[in-house]
Design a protein around this ligand. Structure first.
Ligand SMILES: *Cc1c(COP(=O)(O)O)cnc(C)c1O
Length: 390
């Protein structure tokens, strides 16, 4: 046997044996020129498809002007992006960073600072939920309600505790525990595509309001139209105090953000938080073009029609096979809980049908079409799914 060469890249990912070199719309191509239908969207990141023209054009213009100037100076495009996010959300002010974990870091720091500023709290406390996923930095992994994410990294940051998701008694516990903030996903993405129960979320929001608990929603995966509205919280009739964003915000250019209500945001006074790259001209340009397109074109309306069509096709499939135990999700964030290992379907889809889909845990197949997909692609996808579950 030839000796295995040591990769110069650390082994933190289980990678599929596939090398993608080009993408356009819903399709990607590998080194050999083989074409794949990408219904994974770089994990809910390329929501406008690959290399969307509106973002490409804006980036090309910015690339020949200014790449970086640091947050020591005014960055007009960053302000424009903040303005459009504020205009389209219940929040008042935005902080920019570079990733999802950093967005949640900012939210968690803000919650602590707010608790100290307003209630002189010595040891602020944040409640998150079982099976959640909030990131891989020390604080965000400590906030994540999954033991496998904690393993090997203890001691965890103190000040977090976990309650069961969609659980009535958790709301009683919330009243008893009186944390300073709760942080939760409205559809648990990595945790198996589990949507929050609408009545439960309304109650949770009411408990937060009555008890001065900050309501922070992690919309890193659910945001940017993924679930049918720009933000998933809009569908629940609640108004979070803090919203974290990343994945779809820059169409694949790294950018993260939190949006907060004014009375909370003001705890981040000058010098309390920062980021070298956060909202730099390139990242903010990608964000501005993305959010502008999402809020001024009919992309969401079209995506919702396609989502209905895909859900109808998958519902029919689920009714015909014992292998799909449950179909769940929201909009174009779709999970199929399966009897057999989910990875087997994912591998077969890629190897035999040139379809890219992913998993969400051991027994959930996760489907994340670009919001710009069309009926022809959806038919191709549904056809492959039928063959996978035959
Ligand atoms: C992906 C994700 C994160 C982490 O984002 P990174 O950019 O990988 O740091 C946090 N929360 C949720 C809900 C996510 O889906």
């Amino acid at each position: 046997m030839p000796e295995q060469l040591l990769s110069p890249v650390m082994n933190t990912y289980g990678r599929f044996p596939l090398t993608l070199v080009e993408g356009k719309g819903s399709y990607v191509w590998d080194e050999q020129g083989t074409k794949y239908l990408d219904y994974s969207s770089g994990i809910a990141t390329c929501n406008l498809g690959h290399v969307p023209a509106v973002v490409e054009k804006a980036l090309q213009e910015q690339l020949s002007k200014l790449w970086h100037c640091s947050n020591l100076y005014n960055i007009p495009v960053q302000e424009q992006l903040a303005e459009i996010l504020v205009k389209n959300s219940c929040g008042d002010q935005v902080f920019f960073c570079n990733s999802g974990a950093e967005a949640n870091e900012a939210a968690l720091k803000l919650a602590r600072k707010y608790a100290k500023d307003n209630f002189a709290k010595e040891e602020p406390h944040v409640i998150t939920f079982k099976n959640s996923f909030h990131g891989r930095t020390m604080n965000t992994l400590s906030a994540t309600g999954q033991e496998k994410i904690h393993q090997g990294f203890t001691p965890l940051t103190p000040g977090f505790s976990f309650l069961p998701y969609n659980d009535e008694e958790a709301l009683t516990e919330l009243k008893t525990k009186q944390p300073d903030a709760v942080l939760l996903e409205l559809v648990q993405g990595e945790g198996g595509v589990v949507p929050a129960d609408a009545a439960w979320i309304k109650e949770l929001a009411a408990v937060c309001k009555e008890n001065n608990i900050l309501l922070m929603v992690d919309e890193i995966q659910t945001g940017m139209g993924r679930t049918g509205t720009l933000f998933a919280y809009e569908q629940y009739g609640i108004e979070p105090d803090v919203i974290s964003l990343a994945k779809g915000l820059g169409s694949g250019i790294p950018i993260g953000a939190i949006i907060a209500k004014e009375h909370v945001a003001k705890s981040f006074s000058a010098g309390t938080h920062g980021s070298t790259f956060g909202g730099n001209p390139i990242a903010a340009t990608a964000g501005l073009a993305t959010v502008t397109h999402l809020t001024t074109s009919n992309v969401l309306e079209d995506a919702n029609k396609l989502a209905d069509y895909i859900w109808a096709g998958l519902t029919e499939l689920a009714d015909q096979t014992e292998d799909v135990k449950q179909l769940r999700g929201k909009g174009l964030l779709i999970g199929l809980e399966v009897e057999k290992p989910a990875i087997d379907y994912v591998n077969k889809a890629r190897e035999e049908h040139n379809l890219l889909i992913i998993v969400a845990g051991p027994n959930v197949v996760r489907v994340l079409p670009p919001l710009t997909t069309n009926k022809e692609e959806a038919d191709q996808f549904l056809h492959v799914m039928k063959q996978l579950f035959q």
